[in-house]
Ligand binder design. Structure first.
Ligand SMILES: *Cc1c(COP(=O)(O)O)cnc(C)c1O
Length: 383
């Protein structure tokens, strides 16, 4: 059996090696390292894939989130609601800009932001909601769009984990994750579903004016060379990363369906086992099917309900199976983000999930032998 890895980037590279190596050489020969033709071509290709009017590439996903908030003109004191159960980058940029993060609980089945908790958190100071499409599945965007419209709030999608996922609204309309809110941020960190070979990120929007504002902001607030109209940042995608992303984008749907296939196999083997709750796919779609990209499984995450999650992590690791706990500490308990406004009783689900979740190896190169080995270890453990 091949060594099991949490993410297998070497295996995936084999499939795009010739193209990437040849294009790397072209970039080296041309010396157009930043904002060159490769970056521009990638931007256009991603706009087409996502069916959005504007993609603005930038240096990483954290910058992308920050620049979304700068572009929308959010000001210190404005409250921004986001999920307690996510990667810290989401709340970090809110705090960095002097905005007030308002963390709320999540749904125990989807791990995504809890709609009732969002409603309860809205005050006259609320300016934006940042749903995170956690682990590869969209938050309840129908409900969030309705709330945002009613209260005149911005909806900023953190799409770092769900690129390529489709959201089906109650009306049946299908849209790509990241094309539904006012603006979205994504990350091309190597382990993401569409990852480059370094850092990278992008912002998407259908709003022409916002796109113009943001295009200047990523480049020191310059709209005309050496005229700095607003305070900006330096956040650019480099051409070598664009080369990798251009090689991978045409394969993204295939990559995501490989992930779904692995998720389906995990589900089949682990169903009806004691103390295991399988990840739930919603989005008006039942189960996981080949044709359906409503969940792109950035992570395949189980809940272990017998209180022995940490022992299972140890058991897997001892058998050379890597796994992850995303995330082990709720953001409201992190030293940087504690706030007296929070009560532990505000976060019953997040507080439970941090004790129960375990993410299994998930990537495009997993094979049946590996999945059988991993699931056999888990089944033995819970029985
Ligand atoms: C990875 C990630 C980010 C940050 O992306 P970077 O490119 O690492 O800065 C933000 N939000 C979520 C949910 C992520 O998973």
């Amino acid at each position: 059996m091949k060594k099991i890895q949490m993410v297998d980037l070497q295996g995936q590279y084999e499939g795009i090696k010739e193209q990437v190596n040849a294009s790397f050489k072209n970039v080296l020969d041309s010396a157009a390292f930043i904002n060159g033709p490769e970056v521009h071509a990638f931007q256009k290709e991603l706009e087409e894939y996502l069916d959005v009017k504007h993609v603005i590439p930038c240096a990483n996903g954290t910058d992308a989130l920050q620049i979304c908030m700068m572009g929308l003109g959010l000001k210190p004191g404005d409250e921004v609601i986001t999920a307690d159960f996510t990667f810290a980058a989401t709340v970090e940029v809110i705090a960095l800009l002097g905005l007030t993060p308002i963390l709320v609980d999540v749904d125990k089945e989807t791990f995504n932001i809890d709609i009732n908790a969002v409603k309860k958190a809205i005050t006259p100071k609320t300016k934006a909601i940042v749903p995170v499409h956690l682990f590869g599945q969209c938050a309840d965007m129908d409900a969030l769009l309705k709330i945002a419209n009613e209260h005149k709030l911005f909806l900023i999608e953190d799409n770092a984990q769900a690129i390529g996922a489709t959201y089906t609204s109650k009306t049946g309309k299908k849209s790509k994750a990241g094309s539904l809110g006012h603006v979205a941020a994504t990350s091309f960190f190597p382990s993401k579903n569409l990852g480059c070979y370094g850092d990278g990120g992008a912002i998407f929007t259908n709003d022409d004016e916002l796109a113009h504002t943001i295009r200047g902001m990523v480049n020191h607030g310059m709209y005309k060379r050496y005229h700095h109209d607003v305070v900006g940042v330096n956040s650019r995608l480099d051409s070598l990363q664009a080369v990798v992303l251009r090689a991978k984008l045409p394969k993204l749907d295939t990559y995501n369906s490989l992930r779904r296939n692995s998720a389906r196999k995990y589900n089949e083997r682990l169903k009806n086992q004691p103390y295991i709750i399988l990840p739930k796919t919603v989005n008006n779609c039942e189960g996981i099917c080949d044709t359906c990209d409503c969940h792109v499984f950035h992570q395949y995450t189980l809940r272990i309900t017998n209180g022995k999650r940490d022992a299972l992590v140890k058991h897997l690791n001892e058998n050379n199976v890597p796994c992850g706990v995303y995330y082990p500490i709720p953001l409201h308990q992190q030293k940087a983000y504690v706030d007296e406004r929070y009560k532990e009783t505000d976060f019953p689900v997040t507080n439970m999930l941090v004790e129960e979740v375990i993410s299994l190896p998930m990537h495009t190169e997993l094979d049946d032998e590996q999945i059988n080995f991993i699931t056999k270890l888990i089944i033995e453990f819970v029985n």
